[in-house]
Design a protein around this ligand. Structure first.
Ligand code: LLP
Length: 432
């Protein structure tokens, strides 16, 4: 019935997450409130990890893409699960360092890393720096020399696969702000330069073909394109690339229209392709990294709001006003992303209404969704928006000077605060 398996209805007719009553959570912590199910997060981590163990002899590392949802507790959970991290800014890296995360298991991304960011990464021994462009390569080499370090680097490659069309296509498209192009020879030139540099060690190649992808074929094709390039590097330069990072992007179920592939199928198919290519080229199997973000965090999270008003505009639509909105979830405003909603205190009742959920920002586009089926709503009801665990808290803003909500994690029937609600003093904390 629900998009995530961890949601249910209890004897009071209330929505539960990980066995915890959402109405109790709303009373205890107030709304708006992000709630994450730690058990489901851990389960997703294990599925990805086990898929590498099962289909690739454990010769790989799952790195959680922390841009999906980053906080110290999330870093601790990843470490406990034996998962690495993908960070994309000084802020994410700083969070991980502060959580005591082993930096050797961190991949540092970004298409325009600053010297401060690279210096922090070098000083803390980040395991892999994913170099995006030639300027970064040279800056990193200089900084590494100054700091007497020799970081492992990977190159971000544009494999030329567009997975976002209905039928994915290999476009050979090079119009992306990320990475080095294969077709133009840019990537090969960069590899030649990198292998000649003294202060970096080119250990691998990276690609990421997009996000919320349901098809396995584009991932397989991307892996094949990357192995063809690894083989070309070996034959032309005699240089062996030891690691292959295939990025993230695995689709999840936001509504019942989405049918995600079981997570272990990706590794099953991709490892078959990698093994076949390596056999054909007579190459060693590379160590593989994958970077799931959304698929680890999104299904584990919901957001709870309180309904403040129901405005029925006859023959047009019914607006339901909630105490949050685009400040805590900008994804409808940005991408017209679809969500399922449930009245948390009437979760067992049928959905008889169709509504537009409106946030409280001073902006008409501040909507969580339109044409959303839901139970009959009244002022004071608790509304749950489902599958909000990824790219909601992490993309939240203080627009209209609205404080960001708290994040609570539930586990084994218990709940604990992992990020405090922002206060009004937090809002003015940097004002002079
Ligand atoms: N690795 C790299 C290099 C990435 O750029 C990304 C996402 C990931 C991994 C994780 O992808 P995932 O498994 O989460 O799909 N804000 C957008 C999503 C942007 C994703 C950017 N890169 C949204 O809310 O849908």
């Amino acid at each position: 019935m629900f998009v995530s398996e961890n949601l249910a209805v209890n004897e009071k007719g209330n929505l539960t997450i990980g066995g915890v009553d959402t109405i109790e959570l709303a009373k205890t912590y107030k709304t708006p409130l992000y709630v994450m199910d730690e058990g489901l997060i851990r389960q997703h981590c294990r599925s990805f990890k086990e898929s590498i163990d099962k289909y690739y002899n454990g010769r790989g590392l799952v790195c959680y893409a922390s841009k999906a949802f980053c906080c110290k507790q999330m870093c601790r959970i990843m470490n406990e699960e034996g998962i690495g991290l993908d960070v994309v800014s000084q802020g994410e890296l700083y969070t991980a360092i502060n959580a005591g995360f082993p930096t050797a298991n961190i991949c540092f991304h970004g298409n325009n890393k600053t010297d401060d960011e690279l210096t922090l990464a070098l000083a803390h021994g980040v395991g892999r720096i994913i170099v995006d462009n030639i300027y970064e390569l040279h800056r990193l080499d200089e900084l590494a020399q100054k700091l007497h370090k020799k970081p492992n680097i990977m190159f971000r490659i544009k494999p030329g696969i567009d997975a976002h069309t209905h039928d994915f296509v290999k476009t050979g498209q090079i119009d992306s702000k990320f990475g080095f192009a294969l077709e133009t020879g840019e990537a090969m030139e960069a590899v030649k330069e990198a292998v000649a540099l003294e202060n970096v060690n080119l250990s691998g190649l990276h690609c990421h073909i997009g996000s919320q992808i349901f098809d396995i074929d584009p991932f397989v094709l991307a892996a094949e394109v990357m192995l063809d390039f690894i083989a070309k590097i070996k034959s032309e330069l005699g240089y062996e690339i030891k690691e292959l990072n295939l990025g993230g992007g695995f689709g999840i179920k936001y509504t019942n229209d989405d049918s995600p592939v079981p997570y272990d199928r990706y590794m099953e198919k991709v490892s078959e392709a990698v093994k076949a290519k390596c056999k054909a080229y007579d190459m060693e199997l590379p160590y593989i990294l994958i970077e799931p973000g959304r698929s680890i965090a999104a299904p584990a999270g919901i957001t709870l709001y309180t309904v403040g008003g129901v405005k029925n505009i006859p023959n047009i639509r019914t607006y339901v006003s909630i105490d949050g909105g685009m400040g805590d979830n900008p994804r409808y405003a940005l991408y017209k992303s679809k969500y399922d909603i449930v009245c948390a205190n009437k979760a067992g009742e049928p959905k008889t209404e169709t509504v537009t959920v409106a946030g409280k920002c001073c902006e008409s586009g501040d909507l969580i969704g339109e044409g959303m089926p839901v139970q009959k709503l009244e002022v004071g009801d608790t509304l749950a928006v489902l599958a909000t665990g990824a790219y909601n808290y992490s993309m939240a803003s203080n627009y209209n000077r609205i404080p960001r909500p708290a994040v609570v994690m539930v586990h084994h029937g218990k709940h604990k605060l992992v990020i405090k609600r922002e206060s009004l003093d937090d809002i003015i904390r940097n004002d002079l």
